[in-house]
Design a protein around this ligand. Sequence first.
Ligand code: ATP
Ligand code: MG
Length: 568
Amino acid sequence: MRRTRAFIPTTKEAPSDATLVSHIYLSRAGFISQVASGLYSYMPLAKRVIKKIEKVINEEMARAGAQEVELSFVTPADLWRESGRIEKFGKELLRFHDRKENLFVLGPTHEEMMVDLVRNRITSYKQLPLNLYQIKTKFRDEARPRFGLMRGREFIMKDGYSFHSSYEDMDREFDAMEAAYKRILTRLGLDFRIVEADSGAIGGTGSKELMVLANSGEDTIAVCDSCEYGANVEAAKRSGRSHIPQAPEAEFNKFKTPDVKSIEDLENFFKVSGYYTIKCVAKRAVYEDGSEIVLFFIRGCDNLQEKKAQNAAGALDLVDVGEEELRELGLVPGFIGPLDQTKAKHVIDNDLRDATAMICGANEVDYHYVGVGMSVLSEAYYADIAEVNEGDICPYCNGKLSFTKGIEVGHIFKLGTTYSAALKAEFLDENGKAQPFVMGTYGMGVSRLVAAIIEQHHDDAGCIWTKEAAPYAVNILVSNIKEEAQTALAEELYAELLAQNVEVIYDDRKERFGFKMNDAELIGFPYTIIIGKELENGVVEIYERKTKTKQAVAKEAILAKITELLAL
Ligand code: ATP
Ligand code: MG
């Protein structure tokens, strides 16, 4: 591509709402253009990057025996009714009627559509397993679209679905997909971690997320300092704590505690660690058919993990509640404890099971109980609802957990029969008995990957594309376009590289060297061949974006050198 013909509108201005470097650089370097909230147009450079990512995905899927299909983006609402997800997805589904008043949904994911494609076509265990995927635009009317391509409303996803006659076979395919995803991210030059994930309301027996490590990541992941364990904090477990404070000694008693409301107040008042206090977090749990107040009890030194809490309550969502709503139930805000006599539903953290010497609200203004033994509540509903803390002990070894930030670029999921059973998609097993397909589902955020690569690979000057993802591998930059010898060599190299199928762009603009170089830095081509003054001595320079280093190369050796660098 000749730069004079290319549509690469670079600019100094970043969008006013852009906070993430990927959003800023991809906009400034002329990759993407925002159309409306969460909607972006891909300009030529972005399109090239997306195609390169797709190529890597397609190659690895082919290697793993998955087949590409393409399902319609517009999906009949009836399918979403059949699976019951029309309510669950709520406002993220964009619905509309056609001219015949039929209701449709813009596909946010395609489980229903894929099951519908396969049902009644695959009818025998002999035709299984089957793994189908597509790379396709998705639409989710996200509540808070943000961060450019990171969380769009319209975005590109690779979504794959596998069908099996047994759980064992699904497990095998799940492992194969995990390995394929690993290869994809490795080839794209990303530093990532595969972590245990929350399997959410859809259920399923296991799910893992692929996290690109970056400080700007929206997800917090807990990683072990000594073994391979890593998990999204939404799902992270611990086997214990590195330190358990000395227990206070007290008989069961009610204590006057004027104005002592927060955990910190309690710690100061009783000179006791938050570990021996009980914190109550009240939420309104929203269900498909209504809502109710749920009281979540955890140790004072812990924080409620909302995703775990939501799963434990079996709720679609948890929303904050006002003090007035609590009073209406007979609760006393600031002094709520698990020994209350109200009808409010309780969920108590597993770590409080059989706890002794606890201090908790007495459900009376200005009173707390001390010396509480939780065994009196043995019938209560216990669940894992607390967030692990840094320093807690790994569930698999004696290592300690620490936190790091990640960008979720992929999610693989053992679905089981959730959708096949709901949509009555069945096959005949070896005994001629009809069974629902056992399924796995494998998602990867293609457009999010474009942003994730930049979040991990950039510097103050702009993007630093990894080789497998770069829009162009080589940029030819002529320092002075008026020098005939320089342009002649550039033309020659350009033709030669094109002939060798190297992805090359030739900056033939009549601009100053510094201007063109800044542009190249911002866009982030892996290599720039700089043809300048030294050509008089038969020498040109190869500039490597990643290391910001130049090496002088004899003009005759340039092709060989570039080929060698690209092959590395
Ligand atoms: P998130 O927790 O970030 O909302 P999700 O759990 O809703 O993600 P999945 O339904 O598992 O995501 O979708 C598969 C993949 O699609 C994700 O791993 C992510 O990479 C990508 N993805 C999901 N939502 C978006 C979005 N709004 N914009 C861009 N990519 C997205
Ligand atoms: Mg989401």
